[in-house]
Design a protein around this ligand. Structure first.
Ligand SMILES: Nc1ncnc2c1ncn2[C@@H]1O[C@H](COP(=O)(O)OP(=O)(O)OP(=O)(O)O)[C@@H](O)[C@H]1O
Length: 222
């Protein structure tokens, strides 16, 4: 199982109020699936993805992702999990503006302590595969939105994660680039049997999904 969640809950405390982001979700995602997570704004998609990515801690319940228990792990284990087990793609790309395309893609591997030479060749190979072989020395501001998101996809793949998580990856793209990015995510699901979970409002993603989960009020309702 790529993801196994039982009564997964995340409650935020805002002043004296409690806001429930994810409300007792039971969820099993077998390895190799392409899951599209839908639901209105505020339904809990980003909260769920953050928990799956180890960017946030659950309040209660149980969560295992890529064979790792995320309830009871130390901060060091969680950092190792984020670096090696999952790749994350964001709506706003989150590239570092002062680094080149190649350096942005190498960064997670350098942080994980991988050697520079092989990392640079893997990054160049990934970028070439995503049609960015002639953009290695560019800075993010010199790229189109579609090129920025393809750079972010390469960065998410550099440590060869079992699971790729994408939060509104097409939210800042026109429909042609959005289709291209969804196609790339579907390819990396099909070709390498990686599990991919995409949260999106866009109906464009439906055609690529092996499973569509709909969230409402912090729960998976269908
Ligand atoms: N850091 C936070 N502090 C307090 N409340 C939060 C926080 N993050 C999310 N929430 C609340 O949790 C609920 C779920 O939000 P979440 O961002 O997961 O929804 P979403 O489905 O991803 O929405 P969108 O599609 O607009 O991104 C909302 O009520 C939101 O206000």
């Amino acid at each position: 199982m790529a993801v196994s969640a039982r009564r997964l809950t995340r409650v935020y405390t805002v002043g004296s109020a409690q806001v429930t982001g994810v409300d007792g979700i039971d969820l099993s995602i077998p390895s190799g699936q392409m899951v599209v997570l839908k639901g209105h704004s505020g339904s809990g998609k980003s909260t769920l993805l953050s928990l799956l990515a180890g960017l946030d801690r659950l309040s209660s319940g149980r969560l295992t992702v890529a064979g790792r228990d995320l309830n009871h792990c130390s901060e060091a284990d969680l950092t190792d999990f984020r670096r090696n087990a999952v790749g994350m793609i964001f709506q706003a790309f989150n590239l570092l503006p002062t680094l080149t395309v190649l350096e942005n893609v190498c960064l997670p591997a350098m942080l994980a302590g991988r050697p520079q030479g092989p990392t640079r060749s893997s990054a160049a190979e990934l970028l070439a595969g995503l049609g960015l072989g002639n953009r290695l020395a560019h800075r993010p501001r010199q790229l189109s939105g579609g090129e920025m998101q393809r750079t972010a996809i390469a960065r998410a793949l550099i440590n060869d994660p079992a699971i790729v998580l994408a939060d509104e990856p097409t939210g800042n793209l026109d429909s042609s680039n959005a289709r291209k990015v969804m196609g790339l995510l579907a390819d990396l699901n099909r070709q390498s049997r990686r599990t991919v979970v995409v949260a999106t409002h866009s109906d464009l993603a439906d055609a690529y999904a092996s499973v569509i989960l709909t969230m409402q009020d912090g729960r998976v309702v269908s």
